[in-house]
Ligand binder design. Structure first.
Ligand code: PMP
Length: 440
């Protein structure tokens, strides 16, 4: 960062800077919600805008890292969650909100009869994988290079930065420390949208319990419909459970998520983010045939069953916020088309501005989310998206955009909500053009 930038930020972000210094003493530099070296501290949000502790306003495209499809502090959600909290936020037994929340999910998504709740997407994918092992009595996990499923051990194999091995036969590697070799060896890493993937699946067909994927990966939101259809056929043929991780796509791609969008029904599906209306949430769902692995009457009957529980799982505040979100979306399905139109408008205008200034920039996405890339190469799968180099350029762009009132998350992705306006998009493009001029 240039020194005049530093001075500017110091003045504009006085209280944030103080918090940053104070926080460094007791928090890690990697702030808990995932923002690396964050320098703006959030005070409040409303609709498409966020406000920092110094009172600066930003048009927000982080949107809570995805959950806030109805914008910040949506009145229906605030009202529902406050009412539930006033009645006691956690109590350790069943509550009516949980029943209603489950009913809404089951009704929304084709092929789902049963659902159970967790507190995060990480827990949901971890538990879904465990269910697949218990159901099939097989050990290996199939996962795709570059797909993100949270922070449990299996999820941190061959993630967004990985390019180990060839694209036809990617190698399983742990992305971070603390993961035993046995875990790495039990994950078979696959490439999306590559024909050889099906040969690799065949090689491990008797040992694979499941294959988990992001149907539209956040790092590379390319529609790979034929590949997904073929994957469904092949997994069915070999008795491998197919798990859709819909933590991002669930209720964002449309009310029925990727299942409805692709017309492909997996064996298990995981949710998070949007379904909690901004509160901590995750869910595992699927047909009765498989979900019954989680159901038993007595703890002592647990053999071959999966025990999933959590102090806060299915808590009334999250469930009430989730109900308010799903009911709003169910009753206002037009928001999906409106969000998609606005998102396309923004993407086109940003690409146009970049072209005019000879700045290498393109976007890829679907519905109300997208990712930007800083190369012109064709992208047909996750590895070719060149996530790592893109992130380096993105972080520079992001810093400048934040300085000028546009908030981006540090994931390289952009989320719009029902509250974003065309005016927000125009303002964003204006700042983007000015920023590019500064950068080139
Ligand atoms: N799966 C996907 C596809 C995700 O994008 C994420 C979070 N970004 C997770 C799982 C993990 O969810 P959480 O952060 O709630 O643990």
């Amino acid at each position: 960062m240039k020194s005049n930038d530093r001075e500017f930020l110091k003045q504009k972000l006085k209280l944030s800077s103080e918090l940053l210094e104070r926080g460094k003493k007791s928090l890690l530099s990697h702030y808990t919600n995932g923002n690396f070296n964050e320098f703006v501290f959030f005070d409040h949000g409303k609709g498409s805008k966020v406000y920092d502790v110094d009172g600066n306003e930003y048009i927000d495209y982080a949107m809570g890292l995805g959950p806030l499809i109805l914008g910040h502090a949506h009145p229906d959600i605030v009202k529902a969650a406050s009412k539930a909290a006033r009645a006691g936020a956690v109590h350790g037994f069943g509550n009516p909100y949980e029943v209603k929340f489950a009913e809404l999910l089951v009704e929304a998504v084709p092929g789902i009869d049963k659902v159970t709740f967790t507190n995060s997407g990480t827990e949901a994918t971890m538990q879904a994988i465990k269910c697949a092992r218990a159901i099939t009595n097989r050990k290996l996990i199939g996962k795709f290079e570059g797909n993100y499923h949270g922070t449990h051990d299996y999820a941190q194999i061959s993630g967004r930065n990985s390019t180990a091995g060839s694209i036809e036969d990617p190698k399983s590697v742990s992305d971070f420390g603390g993961i035993p070799k046995e875990i790495v060896d039990s994950v078979i890493t696959l490439s999306m949208n590559v024909e050889e993937t099906f040969d690799k699946i065949e090689r491990y067909k008797d040992e694979l319990s499941c294959i988990i994927l992001e149907p539209l990966p956040l790092m590379c939101p390319l529609v790979m419909k034929d590949f997904i259809i073929q994957l469904r056929e092949v997994t069915k043929k070999y008795g491998i459970l197919l798990i859709f991780d819909e933590v991002i796509t669930g209720f964002r791609l449309g009310y029925g998520g990727a299942i409805e969008y692709f017309g492909v029904v997996p064996d298990l599906v995981t949710y998070g983010k949007i379904i909690g209306g901004g509160f901590p949430v995750g869910a595992v769902a699927g047909p009765e045939e498989y979900m019954k692995v989680l159901s038993f009457d007595k703890i002592t009957d647990g053999k071959n069953k999966v025990y999933l529980t959590g102090t806060f799982s299915g808590n009334p505040v999250t469930c009430a916020a989730g109900i308010a979100t799903l009911e709003y979306l169910k009753n206002n399905k037009n928001v999906y088309k409106e969000m998609e139109d606005k998102t396309l408008y923004l993407r086109n205008k940003m690409e146009e501005a970049a072209r005019e200034l000879n700045y290498t920039f393109k976007t890829l996405g679907k519905g109300s989310f997208f990712v930007s890339y800083f190369h012109n190469d064709e992208i047909t799968n996750t590895r070719e998206s060149k996530w790592k180099s893109t992130m380096q350029s993105f972080m520079v762009l992001r810093r400048h955009m934040i300085k000028n009132g546009i908030m981006f998350s540090d994931t390289g992705s952009y989320f719009l909500s029902s509250e974003h306006t065309y005016e927000d998009c125009d303002k964003t493009v204006e700042v983007f053009s000015e920023t590019i001029k500064e950068l080139i």
